[in-house]
Design a protein around this ligand. Structure first.
Ligand SMILES: Cc1ncc(COP(=O)(O)O)c(C=O)c1O
Length: 399
C-alpha cells in the first residue's frame, strides 16, 4: 500500500462533488458555482492591454519575478488599497497565487498539528480545507445575520485550550451566508481578541461587489481601523474584480508576519504568474478596474434582486433567508433537521443544482441549509431555476 503522509490520509472527495458529477445534463441550471459569469469578463480590455505592452514588458511577463510580486503591481495595488482606506504604509503587501494561497501561507505560518483555530459556521470551504490540511483543530462559531455570535465567541475563547492560533472570518458578502458583518460585531470581536493577542485573518474576496453605496460605512474592514494589539492579516483577490483564471491575490500583513510568509512562498512557487501581474497592473493603472467593477456591480445586483424576487415568490414560507446586499450568494435556512442532500438529489432530477449546507459546516454535519448562488446565471435563468428548487424543497419537506 502506498504510504501517504498522515496529513493527507484523511482528505476525501466531498460527497457533494460526487453528487455533482451526476449532474451532467447539458442544460442543467447551476446555482452551485462561486465563479463570476463568463460573459462578464473584460475580454476586450485585456486584449487592448496585452497589445499595448512593449517587447520588454512582454518579456518580463513571461519571466520569473520576485517572490513577493512585480514592483509595478505592488505600487499600483498599494495605491488601489490605500484608496479603499487600508493602512498600506504601516504594513507589507505581498502578491499571492490567488487569495487562497495567501490563506494557505498564513495557515502554514501559524498552525502546528492539533492547534485550535477559530472559524465561522458556516464557513468558506477553501479556507476550512486549508486549515485541515495543516491538521488544525477547527473551533467553530455560529453566524447570525450581522456576523459571528459574540456570546459564543466569548465562550470559545474562555474554554479553548491552548489559546486559538488565529481567528479566520469573511467580513463582506459572506461565502456561503451572504451577510455583511456589522460594525458593532467587528468592534466586539476586536475587543475580545485584543485582550488575548489573537491574530485575525480577514478574508475580503467580495467587498467590491456591493449593491448599495449606503452599506460602505458598515462594511469598513478591521484592517482599515488598524487596531493596536491585534495582528490583522488582510487577504484580497483579483478573482472577483478581474478574473479567477489569472490566479492573483494578495495579503497585507504586519512586517514580522510578512517576512515569515515570504520564506514560505519561496518554497511553494517562487513567484506568482508574472503575465497575470502585468495585466492586473495595467488594469489598475489605466483605471479600468473602476469602470469594470462599477459595471459588474450593476449586473450582479440585477441577478441578486431577481434571485430575491423569485425566492420570495416560490419558496414555501418555512424557508427563510437574509436578502443579499452584494456578492454572489443566498443562504437558505430549511426547517430544523431537514436534509439538503435529499433535496439536492430531487433538484438534480429536475435539472437544477445548488450546494448543500453541510459542505460549509466545519464539522460536516449541519445540513438543514443550502447555498444558492446567483453569480453565474442570468436573470432569465434564475427565474426558470428557482421554481424547480422550490418544487424539490416542497417534495422533500412538505407544501
Ligand atoms: C470567501 C473566499 N475567500 C477566498 C476565495 C479564493 O479566491 P481566489 O483564490 O480565487 O483569490 C474565495 C473563492 O471563491 C472565497 O469565496
Amino acid at each position: 500500500m502506498t504510504r501517504f503522509a498522515s496529513s493527507v490520509t484523511n482528505l476525501r472527495s466531498s460527497e457533494i462533488r460526487d453528487l455533482m458529477s451526476l449532474a451532467t445534463a447539458p442544460d442543467i441550471i447551476s446555482f452551485a458555482g462561486g465563479m463570476p459569469g463568463n460573459e462578464l469578463f473584460p475580454l476586450e480590455t485585456l486584449d487592448r492591454i496585452y497589445q499595448s505592452l512593449t517587447e520588454k514588458e512582454k518579456q518580463t511577463a513571461l519571466q520569473y519575478g520576485p517572490t513577493t510580486g512585480l514592483p509595478s503591481l505592488l505600487e499600483s495595488l498599494s495605491d488601489y488599497l490605500e484608496k479603499k482606506g487600508l493602512p498600506v504604509k504601516s504594513n507589507r503587501l505581498m502578491i499571492t497565487t490567488g487569495s487562497l494561497q495567501a490563506i494557505h501561507i498564513l495557515a502554514k505560518a501559524f498552525i502546528d498539528p492539533g492547534d485550535p483555530v477559530l472559524v465561522e459556521n458556516p464557513g468558506f470551504i477553501g479556507a476550512l480545507s486549508a486549515f485541515r490540511a495543516y491538521q488544525a483543530n477547527l473551533v467553530s462559531i455560529p453566524l447570525k445575520e450581522d456576523g459571528m455570535d459574540i456570546d459564543q465567541l466569548k465562550k470559545r475563547l474562555e474554554t479553548t485550550l491552548p489559546a486559538p492560533k488565529f481567528l479566520y472570518y469573511t467580513p463582506n458578502f459572506h461565502n456561503p451566508a451572504g451577510i455583511i458583518y456589522s460594525r458593532k460585531v467587528k468592534q466586539e470581536m476586536m475587543a475580545l481578541l485584543k485582550e488575548r493577542e489573537i491574530p485575525v485573518i480577514e478574508d475580503d474576496a467580495y467587498s467590491e461587489l456591493y449593491f448599495y453605496d449606503e452599506d460602505l460605512p458598515e462594511m469598513r474592514l478591521m484592517k482599515a481601523t488598524d487596531p493596536e494589539g491585534i495582528d490583522v492579516c488582510y487577504t484580497g483577490s483579483f478573482s472577483k474584480i478581474l478574473g479567477p483564471g489569472l490566479r492573483l491575490g494578495w495579503m497585507l500583513v504586519p512586517d514580522e508576519i510578512y517576512r515569515k510568509c515570504e520564506l514560505i512562498k519561496q518554497s511553494i512557487d517562487a513567484c506568482s504568474p508574472s503575465i497575470s501581474q502585468m495585466l492586473a497592473d495595467k488594469f489598475i493603472r489605466r483605471g479600468d478596474v473602476y469602470n469594470y467593477t462599477a459595471n459588474i456591480r450593476e449586473e450582479y445586483k440585477k441577478r441578486g434582486l431577481a434571485m430575491i424576487g423569485a425566492l420570495e415568490a416560490f419558496l414555501p414560507a418555512y424557508v427563510t433567508f437574509e436578502k443579499p446586499r452584494g456578492g454572489f450568494y443566498t443562504w437558505l435556512q430549511l426547517p430544523e433537521g431537514s436534509n439538503a442532500t435529499a433535496i439536492l438529489k430531487k433538484a438534480i432530477e429536475k435539472g437544477v443544482v445548488f450546494v448543500t449546507g453541510k459542505t460549509f459546516d466545519p464539522d460536516g454535519i449541519k445540513n438543514d441549509c443550502m447555498r444558492v448562488s446567483f453569480c453565474n446565471t442570468d436573470v432569465e435563468t434564475i427565474r426558470r431555476g428557482v421554481p424547480l428548487i422550490a418544487e424539490a424543497i416542497k417534495e422533500m419537506c412538505g407544501p
